[in-house]
Design a protein around this ligand. Structure first.
Ligand code: NAP
Length: 286
């Protein structure tokens, strides 16, 4: 059996087109232009690339995109003052502080300072709590994108055995809560889990969010399982170049799984598309 390849790039492009149409309609009907402000502290090269991509795609969707770049020496108080100002600005509907922040700044204090109604990253404890309680709120973008892909492939997820490998606040935990909301039977594995291959073999759905290149092997999978690979691991090649690979051994898994996301081109493009979706929701009058 060869798995169906889940084309996240195409799905995300379609989602962005639908968002752009809704943005145009909101502008015409209510005169509202959704605005996203990204705050970048320091000069981490990977963050610069992410922020640039976010800006391009936000503008392409017809939204207002602003970037605030602060030096690596910025104090926590200075960053919190910027966040407070953005909270009060009616033209700003979504605020995203790009992590990681320099070590003198406590990321939790920054997240706490963001108005939950503008927390388009879905990281504020109010939004995390709403998700955990099954209530409406902003959901972290990457797991939201994973769920969209899963529903596109499988339709109704009710009753499926779902395994989430990883329990981070950014991916694993919100993913597990989303799958509970979809009536899956959810297992969450982490670095202390015992006999992960056996646990994985029971799962109809496997979401791998670990950060370990090709950790999940093909013979760990139940035949026909749907595999969502969140991992983005940049590995060095002998010729000095680098390559992005996932947490799943793709060449093996594709022979066993029913459907699988590639890396790149699977989950990655969904994250920014879901950020745009959250910003549109934040800008739409309730
Ligand atoms: P993270 O905060 O480092 O969390 C990793 C999780 O994996 C932890 O819960 C850890 O367990 C668990 N883990 C580590 N080693 C393990 C092992 N041997 N067996 C089972 N579980 C293990 O990472 P993250 O932020 O969730 O990101 C995970 C991956 O997704 C990374 O590759 C990241 O680059 C990628 N990512 C991609 C996107 C995207 O847009 N595609 C977005 C975000 C993240 P403990 O809790 O016990 O330490």
């Amino acid at each position: 059996m060869t798995a169906r390849i889940i084309d996240g790039k195409a799905f995300a492009a379609g989602l962005r087109t639908r968002i752009a149409a809704d943005v145009a309609a909101l502008k015409q009907a209510r005169g509202i232009v959704p605005g996203l402000t990204v705050v970048l502290v320091g000069d981490d090269p990977a963050s610069q690339v992410y922020v640039r991509n976010k800006g391009v795609q936000t503008r392409e969707a017809g939204m207002q995109s602003d970037e605030i770049r602060l030096p690596a020496t910025t104090s926590q108080a200075e960053l919190l003052a910027v966040v407070t100002r953005l909270n009060a600005d009616p033209a700003v509907h979504g605020i995203l502080v790009q992590f990681p922040v320099p070590k003198q700044i406590d990321p939790d204090a920054v997240i706490m300072a963001i108005d939950p109604a503008k927390d388009v990253d879905g990281l504020h404890p109010v939004n995390v709590g709403r998700l955990a309680l099954g209530q409406e709120g902003f959901v972290s973008c990457t797991p939201q994108g994973c769920l969209m892909l899963l529903k596109d492939v499988l339709g109704d997820l009710s009753g499926a055995d779902a395994l989430v490998i990883g329990r981070s606040g950014l991916v694993g935990r919100p993913m597990a809560n989303l799958l509970i909301r979809e009536n899956c039977t959810v297992t969450v594995a982490h670095s202390k889990s015992r006999d992960l291959p056996s646990v994985t073999r029971r799962a109809d759905i496997v979401v791998a969010a670990v950060g370990r290149p090709e950790m999940v092997r093909g013979d760990w999978l139940k035949p026909g399982a749907t595999v969502i690979d969140v991992g983005m691991n940049r590995i060095a090649l002998p010729d000095g170049k680098t390559r992005l690979i996932g947490d799943v051994a793709y060449a093996e898994a594709v022979e066993v799984a029913g459907a699988i996301t590639p890396v790149p081109g699977g989950v990655g493009p969904m994250t920014i598309a879901c950020l745009l979706r959250n910003t549109l929701i934040a800008a739409t009058p309730k």
